[in-house]
Design a protein around this ligand. Structure first.
Ligand code: FPP
Ligand code: MG
Length: 341
C-alpha cells in the first residue's frame, strides 16, 4: 500500500468532510504525534499472522496521514520502532525491518507524490543501529524530501526519548570540551536544539491507541505541553472518528494548554536573562572593579553585549552539530558506482 492517498481506497466521504469542516472552525493542532500501539493484539484478535498485524498497522498509518492532511494538520510524528523493540524476537525484528525496507523503497518510487504533496520526510532516531540497506533507503528519502515544507512526517525509528536526550547532552558536553560553549551557555533552549526534533515545533496533540496510558519513552521532552489522548482501540482499528474525537479533546483543552505554554516561554526567557546577568556580574568581579562601582547602565549594556556573544557561540556550536548530522546522513547514502570504459 502507498504512503499517499489513492482514489480506490479513499476513506473519506461527504459526511466526514462536513465534520472535518466543522472541526476546522476551532483550533486545529498543527502537529500531532501517534503511538501506534496494538498491532500484535489486533493480529491475535483477527487470527492473522503477527507480521500481518504490523502490515495492517502501516496501512492505518497511510489512512491517518490522509485524514490529517484533510484536516489541515501539517506535521505528524509516529513511533514506528523503538530502541526497546530490538529486544523482541529476531523473527519479529526482521519482519519489521523488512516492512521498513519495502515501505521506504516504495516511498522512493513515489517521488512524484512526495513533490505533489510537498512532504518532508524525516527519520528521527539512531539510524546507525539499523541494517545498512535500510539506512541507505532512509537517507535517500530524507535527502530527497528535505526541502519540502507543506507537510512534515517524522518517522521515529530506532528511537527512544532517553536516548535522544542523552545524545543531546553529549553534544553539549562536546561543545563545552571543544571550547565552542561555556558551561553557563547550556540552557533548555540549547538542549532542545540538539534533539532530533530541533527543526520542529512541539506536538500539540499526542494520541496513543490500544488502551495503554503511558508514553513509553516517546517524545518525553517535546510533549510537556501536548494534549494527551488515550484511545481504547488497537492501532489497526483506529478510524477517522477516533481522530476527530482526539481533535475535539484538544480543542476543549486548548486554552489551558496555551496559557501553560506561554508561561513556560516567559520563564525560560527570564532564566536565560538571569544567567547572562549572573555571568556579567562574575566577569566584573573578576576584573576587580566591584559590582557596586559599576553603574546600572554599564551593567545593562554589558549584558546586551554578553547576550550577543553567547548567541554567536550558540550559532557556531549548532552549525557544527547540524553539519555533523548532515555528513553522517550523507555517508549513509548508497554509493552510485558508475563504471566508465
Ligand atoms: C506497536 O504494536 C507497533 C509497533 C512496534 C510497530 C509499528 C509499526 C508500524 C505501524 C509500521 C510502520 C512502518 C513504517 C515503515 C513507518 P505492538 O507490536 O506493541 O502490538 P501490541 O501492543 O498488541 O503487542
Ligand atoms: Mg505494544
Amino acid at each position: 500500500m502507498s504512503w499517499f492517498p489513492e482514489e480506490e481506497r479513499r476513506t473519506t466521504n461527504w459526511f466526514t468532510k462536513f465534520c472535518s469542516n466543522v472541526l476546522k472552525c476551532g483550533p486545529v493542532p498543527k502537529h500531532v504525534a501517534f503511538i501506534m500501539d496494538g498491532n500484535r493484539r489486533f493480529a491475535r484478535k483477527s487470527h492473522i499472522q503477527r507480521h500481518e498485524g504490523h502490515v495492517k498497522g502501516f496501512d492505518k498509518l497511510a489512512d491517518t496521514l490522509e485524514w490529517c492532511l484533510d484536516l489541515g494538520i501539517t506535521e505528524v510524528s509516529v513511533y514506528a520502532f523503538s530502541i526497546e523493540n530490538f529486544k523482541r524476537s529476531k523473527d519479529e525484528v526482521d519482519g519489521l525491518m523488512e516492512l521498513a525496507r519495502q515501505k521506504f523503497a516504495r516511498l522512493m518510487e513515489e517521488k512524484d507524490s512526495i513533490q505533489k504533496y510537498g512532504v518532508c520526510v524525516r527519520v528521527l532516531g539512531d539510524i546507525s543501529m539499523l541494517p545498512k540497506d535500510v539506512q541507505e533507503l532512509i537517507s535517500e528519502a530524507v535527502e530527497f524530501s528535505k526541502n519540502n515544507d507543506r507537510a512534515i512526517l517524522n518517522v521515529c525509528f530506532a528511537y527512544t526519548s532517553r536516548h535522544e536526550m542523552t545524545t543531546a547532552v553529549k553534544e553539549l558536553a562536546t561543545g563545552v570540551e571543544e571550547g565552542l560553549l561555556r558551561p553557563s551557555d547550556v540552557s533548555e533552549h540549547l538542549l532542545e536544539k540538539c534533539l532530533y526534533t530541533s527543526h520542529s515545533a512541539d506536538p500539540d496533540l499526542l494520541v496513543r491507541t490500544s488502551g495503554e496510558v503511558r508514553l513509553s519513552d516517546f517524545l518525553l521532552w517535546q510533549s510537556s505541553y501536548s494534549v494527551l489522548s488515550f484511545v481504547k482501540v488497537l492501532w489497526p482499528e483506529f478510524s477517522i472518528w477516533h481522530l476527530f474525537a482526539a481533535v475535539l479533546h484538544y480543542q476543549r483543552n486548548y486554552q489551558a494548554i496555551q496559557k501553560g505554554k506561554e508561561a513556560n516561554l516567559k520563564d525560560r526567557e527570564a532564566a536565560v536573562h538571569q544567567s547572562d546577568h549572573q555571568c556579567v556580574l562574575e566577569e566584573i568581579e573578576k576584573e576587580q572593579v566591584g559590582s557596586k562601582d559599576c553603574k546600572n547602565t554599564d551593567i545593562q549594556s554589558r549584558i546586551r553585549k554578553y547576550r550577543l556573544e553567547r548567541e554567536e557561540r550558540e550559532r557556531r556550536f549548532l552549525d557544527r552539530v547540524y553539519e555533523r548530522r548532515r555528513k553522517s546522513l550523507e555517508s549513509m547514502l548508497p554509493v552510485k558506482i558508475s563504471i566508465s570504459y
